[in-house]
Design a protein around this ligand. Structure first.
Ligand SMILES: [Zn+2]
Length: 435
């Protein structure tokens, strides 16, 4: 999946260009789609370009001393969380930095107090820019033509940083920073064999409130390409998808202090440095749709499309509430109208699945329920709290009592309702009401 499209083979340059244009154009379309329809959009992972090289090794062998991944991170030097627009690779002072691809120098010099001394290369053939920040010095100047592998700078500690490293970045455009940055790991050559590990750390569910799930995702340090966390909620009884939420690291950027807590998803990346074996991140989804009984599937998806999956179910063990409002009124010598306030699926919430209604010559309670006679074809339950009515033919001669129970979609059965004695619906004269 990672290399299924966009690979530029020598001798097929125009075809490769066309493919690249198509890929970029469709990526733009998908991006626009993602911004308007976040719940359903899917961003195809960027193809890994086998023709690129790593900035420090100058080869296709990945630089091993990565100190910060792309995306959500704990920024140790600032003691805060942020979205990292590139990858940091630690190296000794003045280690040469190689152009990952040929191009021209777009910027060279002091870029900002954060970026420090940096170089930005323009790669028109590839459709992106590469940036190298926090340099100690650079031998290149703006507009200079650069060949792949050429030394364009030396590792330093300039700008907002407190250790020697090169911050390497891919930008799709020159100006839309940081929204145009993309995970470098989707471009530089690397092995991609593992699937992110995902576990459910906690799952809180309540029949009334929305569930909250915390996920712990782990990827090894040589595959720092975690791209997406996704949670899908399905109705356990019908399998219908009720909610589908995700966060796409390639599309998230810093928006201030809430950068890692947006749209009902909170991310807490673990600390990471050159000696960390794994990148660990906790993702908490806390604005999922309320559902009393569900199957939750969580996925951690990397840039190659490898998806770690875990699922859990929450069963509904709360029965519908007991009906205490059942009334039976005689409309005529042969018909009765039953009315009651509909119970919910779980307690007073939602909608029950089916009613059981019975009648008997004596009041009905839980002890006598099974002695009473079933009244067939009761109406379907309506939403909790609404009054529903059922017109029935008088099943037996007076006296007659009615009672009902409600069952939810998980088979939980409510207690037997109050027992309603059929009374004439017409108002009696005041004198008769006195006693
Ligand atoms: Zn950085």
């Amino acid at each position: 999946m990672a290399t299924s499209e966009g690979g530029s083979r020598p001798g097929h340059r125009s075809a490769a260009m066309a493919a690249l244009f198509l890929a970029l154009f469709s990526a733009w379309l998908l991006l626009a789609f993602a911004l308007t329809r976040p719940a359903q959009a899917l961003i195809k992972p960027a193809p890994i370009d086998e023709s690129l090289i790593w900035p420090l090794s100058g080869t296709t062998i990945p630089d091993a001393t990565m100190s910060s991944p792309f995306g959500p991170r704990w920024q140790a030097s600032q003691h805060r969380y942020d979205y990292h627009a590139g990858i940091d690779i630690a190296a000794p002072l003045d280690t040469p930095i190689h152009a990952i691809a040929g191009g021209t120098v777009f910027k060279a010099g002091w870029l900002s107090d954060d970026a420090g001394l940096g170089v930005v290369l323009r790669h028109p053939d590839l459709g992106f820019y590469s940036a190298y920040l926090h340099l100690n010095s650079t031998p290149v100047t703006v507009s200079q033509v650069i060949t792949q592998g050429q030394v364009i700078g030396y590792v330093g500690n300039s700008g907002t940083t407190n250790f020697y490293h090169v911050h390497t970045e891919i930008r799709l455009t020159a100006t839309d920073y940081p929204t145009s940055t993309r995970n470098v790991m989707g471009y530089l050559p690397r092995p991609d064999t593992t699937t992110p590990t995902i576990q459910i750390a906690s799952l809180q569910s309540d029949p009334i409130y929305s569930p909250t799930v915390s996920l712990v995702i782990t990827v090894p340090r040589n595959e720092l390409d975690l791209n997406r966390l996704r949670v899908t909620l399905q109705d356990r009884a019908t399998a219908a998808v009720i909610d589908d939420q995700f966060v796409d690291f390639n599309l998230r950027v810093n928006t201030g202090s809430d950068a890692l807590d947006q749209d009902g998803i909170r991310l807490i990346p673990g600390h990471f440095n050159t000696s960390t074996v794994e990148y660990v991140i906790t993702g908490t989804f806390y604005a999922l749709s309320a559902l009393d009984s569900f199957t939750l599937t969580a996925q951690a998806i990397d840039l190659a499309g490898h998806a770690g999956r875990v699922s859990a179910t929450a069963a509904d063990t709360t029965p519908p509430g007991r009906v205490t409002s059942l009334r039976a009124r005689r409309l005529s010598p042969s018909s009765i109208i039953l009315s009651w306030v509909a119970p919910g699926d779980s307690g007073p919430v939602g909608r029950a699945m089916v009613y059981g209604v019975r009648y008997a010559h004596v009041p009905i309670n839980s002890d006598t329920w099974y002695d009473a006679t079933i009244l067939s074809d009761p109406p379907e339950p309506i939403t909790a709290g609404l009054v529903q009515q059922w017109l029935v033919a008088l099943p037996v001669a007076d006296p007659v009592y009615f009672a009902l129970r409600a069952t939810d979609d998980e088979g939980n059965v409510s207690p037997v309702s109050n027992s309603a004695h059929a009374l004439w619906a017409i108002s009696l004269p005041v004198a008769f009401k006195a006693y």
